[in-house]
Every structure is written in C-alpha cells, then in structure tokens.
Design a protein around this ligand. Structure first.
Ligand SMILES: C[S@@+](CC[C@H](N)C(=O)[O-])C[C@H]1O[C@@H](n2cnc3c(N)ncnc32)[C@H](O)[C@@H]1O
Length: 297
C-alpha cells in the first residue's frame, strides 16, 4: 500500500494512546449509539458511558493534534448538546456548527418539525485553525436568481449541495457493495463530504486522520489530494475493503469531477494539491449544472 496512506486495525483509543504521530486534521464519524448493526461494536450502550468514551477519544486525539489542528465531528442533530460538551471537556475550541442538509428526504416527526440535517462541528486545538481555505463553489442558479455569478459563492456553515449515500437510485456507484449487491457499509460517507473538509482545513503533505475509518473514504480522498493519512478501524472486513479501495481507485471515487465546481477558490491548484502528474481530462470541463448529476453517478 502507498506508504503515505495507512489503514491500521486497532481500537482507536488504544492506538491514539500509543502513537507519536502528529495530526493536522481529523474526520470524526463514530457509531452514533442508535442500535445499528456493526460486526465488532455494540451500538447500544448506556448513554453516559457512550459519551464518556467519546470524550476520552477526543482527549487522546487532541493530545496528538498539532496546535491549530482541527477536528470535524459528525453526529445526529439531536445530540448537538452532547457533541459540544464532549468537545469542550476534551479541551477543543468550538468554531462552527455545520448543518449538512443531505439532499435526502426529511424524517417526519409528530409533534415537532421533521428532521432534515446532520451536524458536523468544526473545533480546533487552540484558539483558531492554522489552515483554513475559504472555498468557493458554483452551484446552479435558483429560480429567483437572475444573473450568473462571475466568481461563484463562498462555502458557509450550511452544506446543502452534498448528497448522502442512500440505498436507492441516487446512491449510484459510489457505495461499496457485497457480492449480493447490498451496501457493504451503511454509514459510508460521500467522497464529496471529505473533499470539502480536507480542502478547507489542510495543505498538501499534512496528516489527515480518521479514527473510525469504516470503508476508508477519508483515506481515499486524502490520497488523491496528496495529503498523508492514517485510518484506524476495528473491523477486519472493513480493513480489507479499504485496502482494495485505496490500491485500486474506482471511477466513482475520483475527486477530480468536482474540480470545476471549486474552480473560483483562490489558489485552487495549490489547495487541491494538483501537480503535473494529475490527469484532469474527462471531468474538468463539467459545468456546475452537471455537478449534482455527476455526484450521484
Ligand atoms: C460511522 S462508521 C464510519 C464510516 C466511515 N466514515 C466511512 O466512510 O465508511 C464507524 C466505524 O467505526 C468503527 N469502530 C467502532 N468502534 C471502533 C473503535 N473503538 N476503534 C476503531 N474503529 C471503531 C466501526 O466498525 C465502523 O466502521
């Protein structure tokens, strides 16, 4: 496997307590304690012990994170108060509560508003981020927007242009599948989400970390952007699928199809980690209107 991209079979807390690695950016996507099936993890724990464990992992993570390094902690919106408390208790500094409106149907509720988003909290080790690239995107015009924008829009804390990988038609080819055609890992994150996170908060050569690596989405994106990366995962089956995924890049995992969408970002070539050996051919000219179609192919 590429030396700069590593997947390790371990418990993430144990690994963090034993490593000397210095981390710049972490994508933190743990099991949500909602009774989902995991082969090597019980997703039905006592609430207090779950959040104590999360806080312990966040503390160990901060100890291995460089000053100004960041964590993006994803969870259910109903747990926002616990996420923020765990981060604070582990010594992280809050920066943003990102609303990821996942281009999927809302979950209806009886006596309150239906749920339509997931949260991703950006927090730093220290007062502020050492690296933050203000990305610019170019989404299609809304019906009430009359004139095309010349330089796109900058990304805010509401992300409504990244589709989650559902089980239906819109999931396209990106989800890893079993030989029976079932989704291999129901919580696989979209590459477009990791692209945004890694582009925003790291530079080429930085160390990107994923303590709950799952299918290796973070590693697959980091490698294409010339960042170093380490993923830790307890499930050996997930590890083997991640190794396959990293060693043989699938067309559906290629990030260059999104380059055009971010083209108005200042210094985009450097932010992207683009170099001579990058091949930007078939997707480079894709227009903004194509993005949402491409994202689901
Ligand atoms: C929500 S999923 C992450 C999905 C991932 N973002 C992806 O794109 O595939 C959480 C993962 O954490 C793993 N896991 C659970 N407990 C763990 C632990 N203590 N250390 C490392 N990995 C763990 C599970 O096996 C599962 O694959």
């Amino acid at each position: 496997m590429h030396q700069q991209t590593r997947i390790v079979k371990d418990d993430c807390l144990r690994w963090l307590c034993n490593t000397e690695e210095q981390i710049n950016l972490t994508f933190f996507d743990p099991p949500f304690n909602q009774g989902r099936f995991y082969r090597h993890y019980d997703d039905n724990q006592e609430k207090d012990s779950y959040w104590e464990w999360i806080t312990d992992v966040l503390s160990a993570l901060r100890a291995r994170t460089q000053k100004g390094g960041v964590v993006y902690f994803m969870h259910r919106e109903k747990n926002a108060e616990f996420v923020l408390t765990a981060l604070r208790q582990a010594g992280w500094t809050f920066q943003n509560l990102i609303v990821w409106k996942k281009m999927a149907s809302a979950v209806p509720c009886t006596n309150k508003f239906g749920k339509h988003y997931q949260i991703i909290v950006l927090a730093t080790n220290g007062a502020q981020s050492k690296v933050f690239h203000k990305l610019r995107i170019d989404p299609p015009l809304m019906p009430h927007q009359k004139y095309a924008r010349k330089t796109g829009l900058y990304v805010t804390d509401v992300w409504d242009d990244i589709r989650e990988l559902t089980s239906g038609y819109f999931a396209g080819k990106e989800p890893m599948r079993t030989t029976e055609g079932e989704r291999f890992h129901k919580q696989q994150s979209p590459i477009a989400l990791l692209l945004r996170i890694i582009l925003s908060s790291s530079n080429k050569g930085d160390m990107v970390f994923d303590p709950f690596a799952g299918t290796g989405t973070t590693l697959v994106v980091a490698k294409q952007l010339k960042r170093k990366s380490i993923g830790v995962e307890i499930d050996p089956q997930n590890i083997s699928r991640t190794e396959e995924r990293i060693n043989e890049l699938r067309t559906s995992d290629r990030v260059e199809k999104f380059f055009h969408y971010y083209r108005h970002t200042e210094n985009i070539d450097a932010v992207w980690g683009k170099s001579d050996e990058n091949i930007f051919t078939e997707f480079t000219e894709a227009g903004a209107d194509d993005l949402f179609r491409i994202a689901s192919v």
